[in-house]
Write a protein that binds this ligand. Structure first.
Ligand SMILES: [Zn+2]
Length: 166
């Protein structure tokens, strides 16, 4: 799996048929700026930094576009997703589903995979709408990331593991 920053990637990996690539690129840059702001706000450094990235497999059978920031056990992620009927379903959108979520790590052993504390998802029918949806999704993450610290997300009542023994 390769990770490629937005600026060095190819839109067609995620939106093979785009009527207005410049407008899509513009919207994605805006989403990228939100993602960077959140990463900077949370003090995340190194790695891919926190901007939008493409993740793709060799040969590009399937690529994805993600904004992901991890800070002190809290993950803030957003990205378009392609509902597939099965493992071999390699269709792209439409529709594109744009999801965003805030997940905190599980402190139990074994861990249950993490606890989703906030999430949103919208469905779009064109690449441009999906890209604009990603702008909104990353703005939503940024707003929430600024409103409460990662530690306060983790100390919320609903961050406690439901699978843990009482
Ligand atoms: Zn758990």
């Amino acid at each position: 799996m390769d990770t490629v920053p937005l600026s060095r990637g190819d839109l067609r990996w995620v939106f093979p048929e785009t009527r207005d690539p410049e407008a899509v690129r513009g919207a994605l840059s805006e989403a990228d700026a939100h993602a960077w702001s959140l990463a900077r706000y949370l003090g995340v450094r190194g790695g891919t930094g926190g901007g939008l990235v493409f993740r793709r497999t060799e040969g590009i059978v399937a690529a994805g576009l993600f904004a992901a920031t991890e800070a002190e056990g809290a993950d803030f992620t957003a990205g378009p997703y392609f509902p597939r009927r099965c493992l071999w379903d390699l269709r792209w959108g439409p529709p594109w589903e744009v999801e965003a979520e805030i997940v905190v790590v599980c402190d139990q052993v074994p861990d249950c995979g993490g606890h989703t504390l906030a999430a949103r998802a919208d469905t779009f029918t064109t690449p441009l709408e999906a890209a604009r949806g990603l702008v909104e999704a990353t703005a939503w993450l940024l707003e929430r990331g600024r409103a409460a610290s990662p530690a306060s997300w983790r100390s919320r009542d609903d961050a406690r593991c439901r699978e843990a023994a009482p």
